[in-house]
Design a protein around this ligand. Structure first.
Ligand SMILES: Cc1cc2nc3c(=O)[nH]c(=O)nc-3n(C[C@H](O)[C@H](O)[C@H](O)COP(=O)(O)OP(=O)(O)OC[C@H]3O[C@@H](n4cnc5c(N)ncnc54)[C@H](O)[C@@H]3O)c2cc1C
Length: 274
């Protein structure tokens, strides 16, 4: 990456206006991913000077500043207490501590990497994103937006709920990108299932979730069918890490394991009232 200038905004408003001034201006968070590209950047807008690195417990929600590093997330007790600690578990499997001390949750989410191990658990934790200009939108809605993000992500908002969670990253070697990653949660709204690195970005398995969330009682038959639906109806494809067929097989296995792991949460809620 070639950078012609560095801008250190004093406020989010300054950062946003600088971003909209020139099509080749970019927001820079940890910079670890940006620096791998061979693009020419007019001005890099360095967010490290703004107070965006925090985890705040607001009572009903937890807010994570976009500049919070993955290592801060991995070690934070509040994050560890959310949805069985799946976000902490997921980030702890990304490369080494050296990299995790640099890369940020905001950079991971905005980059929408297909292999993201952050987006998949966040989808099942019902995360919302708060952008400076656009305001608050669900992570799902953000993933549906096509094209470039000309906005500054301020924070990620996660509801605080009594919930259970499961996360699995399948890799060939410990430091590699995922062949697939799977996240399953259960909270007062029901089950959530997401699969990422398909190799495209994490997505909720709506049909599988619908089947489970409409059931009065969830037994092994429902779980088998839901795992099959997730593998059958989500879109997978081939790349050098794994074939479509292998990804489908892995998905069926790990969605089932995830559902079995969080199922007691559903039963403790007493199932649905109909
Ligand atoms: C060697 C290596 C291995 C990796 N392995 C994995 C892995 O296995 N799993 C995984 O999930 N991730 C992995 N990552 C990705 C990593 O977790 C981060 O997602 C990535 O580095 C981007 O974070 P960053 O802070 O470096 O962002 P940057 O590189 O600074 O920015 C990335 C993009 O996001 C934009 N951006 C950043 N912050 C904001 C903001 N607040 N508002 C608006 N736009 C913003 C930037 O303009 C840029 O387009 C890896 C990265 C590297 C370098």
């Amino acid at each position: 990456m070639k950078v012609n200038g560095l801008f250190k905004p004093k406020t989010l408003d300054e950062a946003y206006h600088k971003l909209t001034e020139h099509s080749k201006n970019v927001v820079m968070a940890g910079g670890a991913w940006l620096r791998l590209s061979n693009r020419t950047v007019e001005e890099a807008i360095d967010l490290s000077v703004l107070p965006l690195s925090y985890v705040k417990d607001r009572g009903d929600v937890v807010e994570i500043g976009s500049m919070t590093t993955l290592h801060e997330i991995e070690t934070d007790d509040t994050i560890k207490s959310l949805y069985g600690g799946i976000l902490s578990q997921a980030v702890s499997q990304i490369m080494g501590i050296g990299l995790r001390n640099v890369v940020t949750i905001g950079g991971n989410v905005v980059a929408r990497h297909g292999f993201s191990d952050v987006i998949t658990p966040l989808l099942t934790m019902r995360a919302k994103l708060h952008f400076y200009k656009r305001g608050t939108i669900s992570l799902e809605a953000f993933l549906d937006i096509r094209g470039k993000t000309t906005d500054v992500l301020e924070k990620i908002i996660i509801p605080k709920r009594k919930a259970a969670g499961y996360f699995k990253k399948v890799t060939k070697t410990a430091l590699d990108f995922a062949i697939i990653n799977v996240s399953v949660t259960c909270d007062e709204e029901g089950f959530s299932v997401a699969v990422g690195s398909r190799p495209s970005v994490g997505q909720l398995a709506y049909e599988a979730m619908g089947l489970l969330n409409q059931a009065k009682d969830v037994d092994e038959k429902h779980i088998d069918l839901a795992a099959f639906k997730a593998a059958d109806l989500l879109k997978f494809s081939d790349n050098h890490r794994g074939s479509q067929a292998y990804r489908e097989e892995l998905t069926a296995v790990y969605v089932k394991r995830g559902l079995l792991a969080v199922k007691t949460c559903f039963n403790q809620r007493g199932g649905h009232d109909d």
